[in-house]
Design a protein around this ligand. Structure first.
Ligand SMILES: *Cc1c(COP(=O)(O)O)cnc(C)c1O
Length: 360
């Protein structure tokens, strides 16, 4: 069996031990005689899986008791609408920091349901940095303040959280969930599509402070009301059963490794291997300013499109796949999520050094 080093931005690499365990349990989940894919979501055996997944989110992320943990569908993209529909209920205003395409989509969607304000943007330099924020520009009576914590396409991350006072801070953590500790109590809502760092596509994690539930706009579809899902423990309708099960296995793996503090340490070490190489290379260079760099997504370029294309092609042939950059940045992007082993990055860097030498 030949497994490649998969640098895809999402869906992305999963821990091999998780895939093996899922394979082992495929036909007969723990003596139930069924696959998790086949069992009733109302069964006792499945209830243990979903409750176990919730308990692991709470434990690993240290979720305070006054927050609900929901497993929804529709991807992070549905949250772009669900958040304004539920939260724009007083001033009907919200603030946004535009740090890339996902943040901009969240802003545009909110503008359909209320007044969406841009407090800062890094569009002027192709979103290659996190803009400095000036608190005096924040909307005092905003119903929420939205950021995209880790910008998957551009490879930036908020190193510091904005101080929004009493205004609920809402963050898209799709591509950094479980990668390092996060102080949940600083947020009104955290949300993440699972397929970057948590499991397969199909499940969306939402962590929401309880007082933000129950005041959705009149027009809100039942399925888009957080109340619907929180009152029914994510079981109003059929949840994404199998994706939740895999996410549970992934979280067990994270826990076994030592939790999020340990994950952060491993991720910092791993990212440093690549950034150090990029900062010393004469051919390759990182596109993001140092203080805004992501631990998870690392875009880089040679400055020559033909050389970029040659690199991506030769890398794929050597077993380093999905390195082509997003079309809006060009060049390359290595997504090095939790499940990418450090050897994958070390070998990639060796390959890059050899390529540089051969093409100097
Ligand atoms: C991938 C991604 C999304 C979109 O997620 P879907 O689950 O495809 O809707 C949103 N935000 C961020 C930060 C992402 O990385």
């Amino acid at each position: 069996m030949a497994r490649v080093y998969n640098f895809s931005a999402g869906p992305s690499v999963l821990p091999e031990s998780v895939l093996k365990k899922a394979a082992d349990e495929m036909l007969d989940y723990q003596g139930s005689g069924q696959s998790v894919m086949e069992m009733s979501h109302r069964s006792k055996v499945y209830d243990e899986i979903i409750k176990g997944a919730e308990a692991l989110v709470r434990e690993l992320m240290n979720v305070p008791d006054n927050y609900k943990v929901l497993f929804l569908q529709g991807g992070a993209s549905s949250q772009f609408a669900m958040i304004p529909l539920n939260l724009l209920n007083k001033s009907k205003k919200a603030d946004f920091v535009l740090t890339g395409q996902w943040a901009t989509k969240a802003y545009k969607e909110a503008a359909r349901y209320g007044e969406a304000n841009i407090v800062a943007s890094s569009k002027d330099k192709t979103f290659s940095y996190i803009p400095k924020l000036d608190k005096s520009t924040f909307t005092k009576d905003a119903d929420y303040f939205h950021i995209c914590m880790n910008n998957t396409i551009y490879g930036t991350k908020f190193a510091e959280l904005p101080d929004t006072g009493d205004v609920p801070l809402v963050a898209d953590i799709s591509s950094c969930v479980l990668s390092e500790p996060i102080d949940v109590s600083k947020f009104g809502i955290l949300y993440a599509g699972a397929q970057k760092n948590m499991g397969p596509a199909g499940m969306t994690l939402v962590i929401i402070r309880e007082d933000l539930i129950g005041n959705a706009q009149e027009i809100t579809p039942t399925m888009f009301d957080y109340k619907t899902h929180s009152e029914n423990d994510s079981m109003f309708n059929t949840p994404p059963c199998y994706a939740i099960y895999i996410a549970k296995l992934v979280m067990e793996w994270v826990k076994e490794l030592g939790g999020l503090e340990k994950m952060k340490e491993l991720n910092e070490k791993k990212a440093a291997v690549l950034y150090d190489f990029l900062d010393n290379s004469k051919m390759f260079k990182a596109t993001v300013e140092k203080e805004s760099r992501s631990l998870m997504n690392v875009p880089f370029i040679t400055g020559n499109e033909e050389l970029d294309a040659k690199f991506v092609k030769e890398a794929a042939a050597a077993g380093f796949v999905n390195l082509k950059g997003h079309r809006s940045v060009g060049g390359m992007r290595a997504s090095i999520y939790n499940a990418m082993p450090i050897e994958g990055v070390e070998k990639l860097v060796e390959f890059m050094a050899a390529f540089e030498k051969a093409n100097a």
